[in-house]
Design a binder for this molecule. Sequence first.
Ligand code: NAD
Ligand code: UDP
Length: 310
Amino acid sequence: MRILVTGGAGFIGSHLCERLLADGGEVVCLDNFFTGRKDNILHLMDNKRFELIRHDVIEPILLEVDQIYNLACPASPVHYQYNPVKTVKTSVMGMINLLGMAKRVKARILQASTSEVYGDPLVHPQTEDYFGNVNPIGLRSCYDEGKRVAETLMMDYHRQNGVDTRIVRIFNTYGERMLENDGRVVSNFVVQALQDKELTIYGDGSQTRSFCYVSDLVDGIVRLMNTEADDIHLPVNIGNPTEFTMNELAAEVGRISGKEVKITHLPLPADDPKQRKPNIERATRLLGWNPAVMLADGLERTVDYFRLRL
Ligand code: NAD
Ligand code: UDP
């Protein structure tokens, strides 16, 4: 099986490449190295079944593959807001190019969508049939709406052209190979704690997120790619439903890093969702999937990783 992973040099993508190689696949990793790094995949370069292509998904490319995982897109608010027009192009033009490829070579394609399609959700926990509460003109819209259009394209190519599609809505994921300067909360808190800096809590810290360790996430999306069912083309939430406030997360990072945490409060970014927690009944029913790694264990591995890097 030849498998294309776009965004394969990124945080989640590099873990996915590793897993697919371990399962015996032939992996083509495609990345423009905006937020990805060669470091993340250096250990895979000697593998004869691994191939790396520097390419931007907004440009068409001709490849012959059996499966496509489309992960190409910056995921941290800091990075996706750096060039918002480019972020929209990556999600929309990238999706069109890859769906065109999937149609041409009859490959199955999985899109890495996001819990951000629910925006600042008014339904809690979020089920896949919730249409969301997204601001179409705000600072987060380039990411949220780009991902929503990508889902639309997936469904239309499926209905119109019979492309074999899978959509995963990924909830906050963390683990080794996040960037130190990524801007997302787990890497920020861990790096700040290890450097004896104040932890930057945005707002009063009462907003919630549900954090999924990267190996659990990768297992969920590989299962989704390889499962058949009547309604398998409709989105599936993958995330860990255990919900934490940012205050609780800060305390947990302090406990695990063995540091006495000092906190500083910074303004809450615009449109920051107040709460987020996946309903994962669909993933459990269709894929037999449940997260296995608790926050304390995943954080311990993440702290060890950053301790080495710093
Ligand atoms: P990441 O920033 O580490 O990885 C994204 C990768 O895509 C990077 O390697 C980057 O260089 C590459 N990329 C960006 N634009 C590209 C382009 N135009 N052409 C080719 N490559 C490009 O982020 P991540 O956390 O690994 O996220 C991977 C995917 O999962 C993204 O699509 C993201 O939206 C989605 N996702 C992640 C999370 C999360 O919590 N990490 C949550 C929801 C969805
Ligand atoms: N956040 C925080 N301090 C930080 C970075 C983020 O308090 O240094 C908050 C942020 O406001 C949000 C939550 O943590 O409420 C998760 O932010 P992240 O950027 O990791 O993911 P997203 O908002 O996209 O879920």
